[in-house]
Design a protein around this ligand. Structure first.
Ligand code: CP
Ligand code: NVA
Length: 325
């Protein structure tokens, strides 16, 4: 490693030893202590980047990035992150690769493993990512499935810590669809000792397996997990309010129906008046102003959505460093 900062290099070597080669498919792949450790490294990498200190930790390493869905933040943050770490990212759209012509995911995993040092994938089915990870000999990172978005939640927790100085003991309220981002938030926030409240419309609740994990983690900390259909109950006393689009990628055909169902779950000035006075608002973006969130909230003084977007870069650089380093 061409780092002049030998203390930093030595510290990294020690950390990397317990992460090297692992996959990151779910927030459940990390313990609460590991999440905090990765976030500390992310903050350190952020400071180094701002100061212009080079960190060529992944010099000569390559990351294949497979996208079956659109992306702005995930693509740019992984691509820029690899370059800043001295490595090389390969952008592969599923449609342009042999995947769309039926090449099995298992063969794709084995071929890529012979050529690259890591694989990031954004796709629909979570089991496809698990299959890729099973057959790959290199670390696989989940860049969003219909079930989870763990990289997003690492950035979210980093942003909360930056603005609130801590994670443990804070209350996070999710209002909206109980799917991918919500799942990762429930697991991640519960693991670091946060109180978690989730308000979804009936029929859009989080998966039971995710709720069980979050329940177990909150019991371990002596905090609470609230699953409700009442957005006011979720947001009352919250330090952090989070939402996401009503129709995720792949659900476009349900948009009209969802707009009706989710209307009472809009994050607006009235709803956030139940949160703590100094609450912060998070949204993974892209957002639909006037649907899941009003401009008043997302463009208001409590919103930290662009810090959150920036932290995708720093949080993922920490993950890449530890898994591929
Ligand atoms: N939040 C997020 O994952 O954004 P993109 O879809 O732009 O990657
Ligand atoms: N829930 C959204 C998140 C996008 C980053 C989706 O899956 O489309």
């Amino acid at each position: 490693m061409e780092l002049y900062d030998f203390a930093f290099a030595e510290k990294l070597e020690k950390m990397i030893a317990s992460y090297r080669g692992r996959d990151f498919l779910s927030m459940n792949d990390l313990t609460g202590e590991e999440i905090e450790e990765v976030l500390d490294l992310a903050s350190e990498l952020k400071i180094r980047q701002k100061k212009g200190i080079p960190t060529p930790i992944l010099k000569g390493k390559t990351l294949a990035m497979i996208f079956s869905k659109n992306s702005t933040r995930t693509r740019v943050s992984f691509e820029v992150g690899m370059v800043q770490l001295g490595g090389y990212p390969l952008f592969i759209t599923a449609g342009d690769s042999q995947l769309s012509r039926g090449e099995p995911i298992a063969d794709t995993a084995r071929v890529l493993s012979r050529m690259v040092d890591g694989i990031m994938i954004r796709t629909y089915s979570h089991s496809e990512v698990e299959e890729l990870a099973h057959y790959a000999d290199v670390p696989v990172i989940n860049g969003l499935t219909d079930y989870e978005h763990p990289c997003q939640i690492m950035a979210d927790l980093m942003t909360i810590k930056e603005h609130k100085g801590q994670l443990k003991g804070l209350k996070v309220a999710w209002v909206g669809d109980g799917n991918n981002v919500c799942h990762s938030l429930m697991i991640g926030a519960a693991k670091v000792g946060m109180e978690v409240a989730v308000a979804t419309p009936p029929g859009y609740e989080p998966d039971e397996k995710v709720s069980l994990i979050a329940q177990k983690e909150t019991s371990r900390w002596g905090t609470k997990l609230l699953l409700t259909h009442d957005p006011v109950a979720a947001v009352t006393g919250a330090d952090v309010v989070v939402t996401d689009v009503w129709a995720s990628m792949g659900q476009e055909a349900e948009s009209a129906e969802r707009v009706k169902v989710f209307q009472p779950y809009q994050v607006n000035g009235e709803l956030v008046s139940y949160a703590k006075e100094d609450f912060i608002f998070l949204h993974c973006l892209p957002a639909h102003r006037g649907e899941e969130v009003t401009s008043e909230v997302i463009d208001g003084e409590h919103s930290v959505v662009f810090d959150e977007a920036e932290n995708r870069l720093h949080a993922q650089k920490a993950i890449l460093t530890l898994l591929l380093g």
